[in-house]
Design a protein around this ligand. Sequence first.
Ligand code: ADP
Ligand code: MG
Length: 265
Amino acid sequence: MSDAAKPRIVAFANQKGGVGKTTTAVNLAAALAARHKVLVIDLDPQGNASTGLGIDRAQRKPGSYAMLLDGKLPADCIRATAIPNLSIIPADPDLAGAELELVDIEGRETRLRQALKGLTGYGWVMLDCPPSLGLLTLNALVAADSVLVPLQTEFYALEGVSQITQTIERVKRALNPALELEGIALTMFDRRNNLAEAVSADVRAHFGKAVFDTAIPRNVRVSEAPSHGLPVTVYDFRSPGAQAYVALAAELLRRHRQRLKANAG
Ligand code: ADP
Ligand code: MG
């Protein structure tokens, strides 16, 4: 895929907090940046993706709020990161009010799609969503070509999944018929825990091929990396967590190529 054409826009969504949305968006983006130009857009008022990619709190304006609500162009909001080929539109502090402010404005669900319309020069755009199914996540699902759903490999993994899958179906019917499921990624997989295998088998039985073969292991290096403002692939490339994200990126690209081929044939 050429990075000069329209990018593939992927929303990282799950209304549950703490399942690995941000971690997966940031580290998958960093792994993909070895081969493509990648843009992360932080749509979570908590700004974890911005922190994880080393953007100081004082340097986040203009960010995604300005783009969504002040009519700023993406180009005005993009920052370079320490990683070649990886840029970010950070979450500015004002984003905390966006969920409410969006309610009363025209085209409240399509603001992000409008803002990203002319964006070129990137192969992939990763939208890091907040842990809710409000207007920010809705904007992401409407602007996206696909959704990647991170699922924490724990006993309750499947609980609540129907909420996000139903939301995806609703968005497809009403606002974005072309929206695809990029895949479901199992995160924080703990090999020492017998339950993890059982949960993984359950999720795979339920969702079949939609689940990525690559599961992300629970790995302390993954949780340490954000405090250094770095993706784990840069913080400790040899760690199991980094290697898993490299493998997930390769799988994502492989599946994407297959999808393109199937659609063309
Ligand atoms: P979300 O964005 O869905 O709220 P995060 O990506 O912020 O979730 O992850 C929640 C917490 O779990 C964070 O503290 C993160 O560092 C940690 N975490 C995520 N993935 C892993 C992993 N593979 N190994 C260890 N810790 C992880
Ligand atoms: Mg997050």
